[in-house]
Design a protein around this ligand. Structure first.
Ligand SMILES: Cc1ncc(COP(=O)(O)O)c(C=O)c1O
Length: 422
């Protein structure tokens, strides 16, 4: 179905951003983030936890990989939230920016990496029996494990392995410190509440000694909506469902509840401004808007078919409505690639959209800039942080340089020691 712009930038923080000044100084494409929006989202989740009487037992660890700019995530630190890291470089890099509250939730990792994380003393959620075994062999006696409750392809101990996991811990005299249950991304309220039951039954049935239950991420976010409150996961009923189940199952008061939300907290704190490079190209095959973006700015690895809202701006940054003559267009990136479309579907566009105008793609704060690549030699976009409360607008990532793609290419090939000689 054709998606049309009915609301515009004024529906969100984006309407307050000095886009013209930013574009004049850093050009396009540019990601712009709002510190105020992130504070607002965090406050909402905390309030919901407090209202359900769980405030003192809920801890939020936001994954670093969906938006990997330490400046953008600074409000999380200010609000007392922790970070989830999955590779050592993330941990070392963010520590350098003063982050000091971490959990580790990696993919499948080597024994050496298990040793690295064990030395940090951080809770490390392991995703297979072999990895738990390696941690036990290395001397760990308090284990954290990720359970793949869906039996999906995600790294995680599968449900039919729980009895073996229990036996393994018992053999080493170890205990389960925390259980993470991954239940997919972009889930409905019902699915997330159902996952609570799974989690509580695994906790009480197999690992009653765990002192925290980690509900991971996956809290749904609705890209198509325009109003903030309609986009976000409904945390109030979710936390109150948890409070009810915790009371009904008699879960011990000492057990904490951890969450790892990324998309719900981060998606609507970012927008992407693209330059329109030509008027609409219209022919027998398609109608498209040529932009200076590229699909590789936001390849959307997890939810490929998500439908971001779009706003059209003229050359003076005034919003243009598609109007009654709107035509269906695709949003084209700048490379030769046949599939270089930034967004998966078509949009209703003003037919007279001119070269020199702009497009704003909303809700790009999670899984966008962090995934961009110098694919087909196009450098990454700049990132700017807008903070209305502190009255600052700052570049937090410089635009990639034209020659970045080749920055690691050796000026002269470096011979390796192999015993071969010419
Ligand atoms: C272990 C883990 N926690 C949290 C998240 C964040 O999920 P979401 O962005 O859906 O909240 C992910 C996403 O892949 C994940 O793998």
């Amino acid at each position: 179905m054709l998606h049309s712009n009915t609301q515009g930038l004024h529906a969100s923080w984006a309407g307050k951003v000095p886009i013209a000044d930013i574009v004049r100084q850093v050009g396009t494409p540019v990601f712009i983030y709002s510190a105020d929006a992130l504070r607002y989202n965090v406050t909402g989740v905390k309030r919901a936890a407090n209202d359900a009487g769980l405030g003192h037992r809920v801890r939020l660890y936001v994954p670093f990989f969906p938006n990997s700019n330490p400046h953008v995530l600074q409000p999380l630190r200010d609000e007392g939230l922790g970070l989830l890291v999955q590779i050592p470089a993330e941990y070392e890099y963010t520590s350098g920016f003063g982050y000091d509250d971490f959990i580790v939730s990696p993919g499948h990792i080597s024994d050496e990496e298990i040793g690295y994380w064990a030395n940090t003393g951080l809770p490390m959620f392991l995703g297979s029996l072999g990895e738990v075994n390696a941690a036990l062999e290395a001397g760990s006696r308090q284990v954290c494990a990720r359970i793949d409750s869906l039996n999906s392809g995600k790294p995680g101990i599968k449900r039919d392995e729980l009895i073996e996991l229990r036996k393994l811990l018992d053999e080493y005299g170890a205990t389960m410190s925390s259980l993470e249950v991954y239940c997919g991304s972009g889930n409905s309220q019902e699915e997330m509440v159902a996952a609570m039951d799974t989690m509580l039954s695994i906790h009480l049935g197999h690992f009653p000694e765990a002192t925290s239950l980690n509900f991971a991420g996956g809290h749904g976010f609705v890209y198509e909506e325009w109003q903030t409150e309609d986009k976000h996961f409904a945390w109030e009923p979710y936390f109150s469902a948890l409070a009810q189940r915790v009371a009904a199952h008699g879960v011990s008061d000492g057990v904490e509840f951890w969450f790892e939300p990324a998309r719900d907290l981060l998606a609507d704190v970012g927008m992407l401004v693209l330059g329109v490079k030509r008027k609409i190209v219209s022919n027998a095959v398609h109608n498209l808007i040529p932009t200076d973006g590229t699909r590789m700015l936001m390849p959307s690895a997890q939810l490929r078919d998500r439908h971001h809202n779009l706003v059209f701006l003229d050359a003076n940054f005034k919003e243009i409505q598609p109007g009654p003559d709107a035509m269906p267009v695709s949003i084209r990136g700048r490379t030769i690639l046949r599939n270089d479309y930034l967004l998966p579907r078509e949009y209703a566009a003003p037919p007279d959209l001119a070269a020199g105008s702009y497009l704003v793609v909303l809700d790009v704060g999670a899984y966008c800039a962090t995934q961009h690549m110098e694919f087909l030699n196009v450098p990454p976009a700049a990132e700017v942080l807008f903070d209305g409360e502190r009255r600052t607008v700052q570049v937090v990532t410089e635009r990639g340089a034209d020659f970045d793609k080749w920055r690691n290419v050796c000026p002269c090939p470096r011979p390796l020691d192999t015993g071969l000689s010419a």
